[in-house]
Design a protein around this ligand. Structure first.
Ligand SMILES: NC(=O)c1ccc[n+]([C@@H]2O[C@H](COP(=O)([O-])OP(=O)(O)OC[C@H]3O[C@@H](n4cnc5c(N)ncnc54)[C@H](OP(=O)(O)O)[C@@H]3O)[C@@H](O)[C@H]2O)c1
Length: 333
């Protein structure tokens, strides 16, 4: 197990009881890869447990210098078990691996979905902590390397050893998430906020708004170039500015034409309230478990989403905006 030199300040002090605890990562997917690299750079011993030593993700782990073993051996050698595998695979993982293997270990989850919906599938003889970084995997790694820190919604889901809080702090520090950005949260808050935010804003909302805005201009006869540059291309600067400046300063910075026009178009017109009413339906769908149950039912053949979903997805992938994006990408080469 390789170690490197630098380690965040938090690791040097308080959690003596768990210092030198080692981690076995199950698999080496997007999030596991980022976490393994951050922990290793924080001097935490880490190895990878592979269900299939020849898989692409395990080859990547080996190429990045991690020792890999069978899942059983990696778990046996370690104090923590990082379970950063697809959420819907977690139940299967515990069906496939004897629960005795986890006696006295601390399982780390990066999203609470599996525990929220299937708590009984988890072994009873271990601690379980949730560390859900508010950053996608590549950003978690990039920020660590650039010495920027992230937030994470965290929870102790099971504290059999009475040391789970300390273990949670230890891993957060190793990931580059400082104590003031370790937000202790309820399981429901983490699960529902993640599901709702991705559907309403981060994935569904942002794509729907960019597409609608682009299509409206094209259908009204404006050029694809103008429609593309003023929507898809510019949005990154706007999101960055809102994040850096805050809403108040952002609104002060944009032109009066942009401010007045936008407030009239979205707020005075009632459009914002109508969107919120629709968002409440999305939330209700999640809260009543209708979304999750439907997702599970439609995932039975290994492919999530019903017929209507496939039709909508194909509409997005074959949209005029996607074609225009490809055209601009070629120009940029
Ligand atoms: N990706 C992100 O940016 C992100 C952001 C926030 C939170 N998360 C959370 O992080 C967790 C992991 O997500 P991810 O996107 O990183 O997953 P991922 O990249 O799809 O994970 C792939 C890895 O999981 C292994 N795996 C899959 N099924 C397995 C099973 N049944 N038993 C053992 N190993 C198995 C694969 O092994 P093989 O190589 O053998 O296929 C592979 O190494 C999830 O809880 C997710 O919600 C992810």
């Amino acid at each position: 197990m390789k170690k490197s030199k630098s380690s965040p300040a938090e690791l040097k002090n308080p959690e003596r009881e768990v210092k030198n605890f080692s981690v076995a990562s199950i698999g080496f997917g997007s999030m596991a890869g980022a976490i393994c690299n951050n922990l290793r750079d924080s001097d935490i011993s880490i190895c990878v447990g592979a269900r299939n030593a020849g898989s692409a993700s395990i080859k990547k782990a080996v190429a990045e210098g991690f020792d890999t073993y069978s899942i059983k051996k990696a778990v046996k050698m370690s104090d923590f078990v990082l379970l950063a595998i697809p959420d819907l695979q977690i139940r299967k993982f515990f069906d496939d691996n004897a629960h005795e293997m986890f006696e006295g270990k601390c399982i780390i989850l990066c999203h609470g979905l599996s525990f929220f919906y299937h708590p009984l599938s988890f072994p009873k003889n271990c601690d379980i902590i949730l560390i859900s970084p508010n950053a996608i995997a590549n950003k978690l790694r990039e920020n660590y390397v650039q010495k920027k820190s992230d937030y994470a919604l965290c929870a102790v889901l099971r504290d059999r050893s009475k040391k789970a809080s300390k273990m949670l702090k230890y891993i957060c520090a190793g990931l580059g998430i400082p104590a003031h950005k370790t937000i202790i949260s309820r399981l429901k808050d983490e699960v529902f906020s993640d599901l709702f935010a991705e559907q309403s804003l981060l994935v569904g909302g942002i794509l729907a708004i960019i597409l609608s805005s682009f299509e409206t201009m094209c259908e009204a006869g404006l050029s694809e170039e103008a429609a593309y540059l003023s929507t898809f291309h510019e949005i990154k600067y706007i999101v960055e500015s809102i994040s850096e400046l805050g809403i108040k300063d952002f609104l002060a910075k944009v032109s009066d034409v942009a401010r007045v026009g936008s407030i009239e178009a979205f707020f005075e017109s009632g459009l914002k309230d109508r969107i919120k009413e629709e968002f409440k339906k999305i939330y209700a769908n999640i809260e009543s478990h209708k979304f999750y149950n439907g997702f599970i039912t439609s995932s039975k053949d290994g492919k999530a989403g019903g017929g209507l979903y496939q039709k909508q997805l194909s509409g997005i992938l074959n949209s005029r905006l996607c074609d225009t994006y490809e055209r601009f990408k070629r120009k940029n080469r």
